[in-house]
Design a protein around this ligand. Structure first.
Ligand code: NDP
Ligand SMILES: N[C@@H](CC=O)C(=O)O
Length: 407
């Protein structure tokens, strides 16, 4: 028997899926006892050259050709965007088709409606590729960690920004050059605004928070900062303190009703495992009662890696693997962190820092611009300590930049 796929989108991920499906065809036939093939694919531009796409796949620009095709059992959505993909996937489920998607914007924004419809129709709706590309994070959270108690998750879930920051830090590339490369390599979204503004990472954090804690978050619940304001000078200043910056998400369970969520570039010590995660690699550190810290790292973007996560979902559906769809917790509150360490960068030198209860470390340095600065790492400060300390520093010297720290 052949399982027929209807592919909505044939760009970076869609064409990656076509490639790896053909590589695995013999294994699927012999070990799954089924062959899996893409019957048709939805595209925008029917005239575009699509090297590597076999002529056996029918291309269409009419979504209903695929959604109403009785031959097709599984719809794979890799087109992107919240509209009209939500209508497409609702229609797919209404028409009795299993659904796989890599679309984090959609699953973060409309996931609850789609999950409810999938449950009503008793159909699979899988979206492993929507978080951290090829890393099998959702499957592990649903299955392996079901029997543990997760107290927090943090990490890097956007390949584009991690690529940009790595290239700026390691190769001295300009922000715009590194972004252009990330686009050419297929890591960035078709419009990279969501990548660099931290919104893509926030969408992924919404899905993680729903999966782990049943939180029903929206972008408005987050403090979101992107990497647009990070400069080579910032990287140079943090380097003085043996620190680096990464765009990190954090979800912390403070108790069973209170949580803390954020997405922002954070300063972290180079000895932290997350500091060694470079380029498009993503990494998620899970804190749990039984395991302590576990780190899941791997390719977080790119056609082949993301298509692998999509294909794993297709296989799970064919094998009839049971899926734990999240149930939503009603009674919870979001809180600000109680205490956080900060890095302040000040213009000039003049002993503006002295090691104290509030100051962990400081360094005076001459930057590439020829001027002198001081970089100061504080201990974890309460909100009041932070504002008093900042006011005190600002009286002594002009404050050039500050970062919050991740420990
Ligand atoms: N790239 C990556 O590394 C990752 C991507 N994702 C997600 O996967 C999804 C796809 O990403 P990616 O493959 O990079 O995107 P691309 O922009 O490379 O491909 C999108 C595809 O969808 C088609 N398409 C888009 N909108 C429509 C429409 N309205 N009607 C018909 N066809 C349409 C395009 O057609 P045409 O070819 O004619 O332009 C193209 O084939 C997105 O949700 C993305 O966020 C998730 C993880 C990683
Ligand atoms: N644009 C995204 C692609 C994967 O989700 C990223 O850079 O991480």
């Amino acid at each position: 028997m052949t399982v027929k796929i209807g592919l909505l989108g044939l760009g970076t991920v869609g064409s990656g899926l076509v490639t790896i499906l053909s590589e695995q065809a013999a294994k699927f036939q012999s070990q799954l006892g089924q062959s899996v093939s893409v019957k048709s694919a939805l595209v925008h531009n029917l005239d575009k050259k699509r090297p590597g796409v076999p002529g056996t796949i029918t291309l269409t620009d009419q979504v209903d050709d695929i959604l109403t095709d009785p031959d097709i059992q599984i719809i794979v959505e890799v087109a992107g965007g919240i509209e009209p993909t939500d209508q497409w996937l609702k229609k797919a489920l209404e028409n009795g088709k299993a659904v796989v998607t890599a679309n984090k914007d959609l699953i973060a924004s409309k996931g609850q409606e789609l999950i409810a419809l999938a449950e009503e129709k008793q159909l699979p709706l899988r979206y492993e590729a929507a978080v951290a590309g090829g890393i099998p994070i959702l499957t592990n959270l649903d299955n392996y960690y079901f029997s543990d108690q997760i107290t927090g998750l943090a990490g890097i879930v956007n390949g584009t920004t991690n690529y940009i920051l790595s290239q700026m830090a390691n190769k001295g590339l300009a922000y715009e050059t590194a972004l252009k490369q990330a686009q050419e390599l297929g890591f960035a979204e078709s419009d990279p605004t969501n990548d660099v503004a931290g919104i893509d990472a926030a969408y992924k954090a919404i899905i993680l928070a729903r999966t782990v804690y049943g939180l029903d978050l929206t972008l408005e619940d987050f403090h979101i900062e992107g990497i647009e304001a990070i400069t080579p000078f910032d990287i140079e200043a943090l380097d003085q303190l043996k620190m680096t910056t990464k765009l990190l998400f954090e979800i912390r369970e403070l108790d069973d009703r209170h949580y803390q969520v954020q997405v922002a570039p954070a300063a972290l010590s180079k000895s932290n495992l997350l500091a060694s995660i470079e380029n498009e690699t993503n990494a998620i550190a899970i804190e749990s009662k039984n395991l302590g810290t576990s780190l899941f790292a791997g390719p977080g973007a790119g056609g082949r890696a993301t298509a692998q996560a999509v294909l794993a979902d297709i296989v799970a559906i064919i094998q009839g693997q049971k899926q734990a769809l999240p149930s939503i917790q009603k009674d919870y509150q979001l809180k600000q962190p109680a205490k956080q360490a900060h890095v302040f960068v000040l213009a000039g030198t003049g002993n503006n820092f002295e090691k104290s209860d509030l100051v962990e470390e400081g360094s005076s340095f001459q930057a590439k611009d020829g001027r002198y600065y001081e970089a100061i790492l504080t201990s974890a400060l309460t909100a009041k300590q932070y504002s008093n300390f900042k006011a005190e520093l600002s009286q002594k010297a002009s404050l050039v930049k500050e970062f919050t720290c991740y420990s």
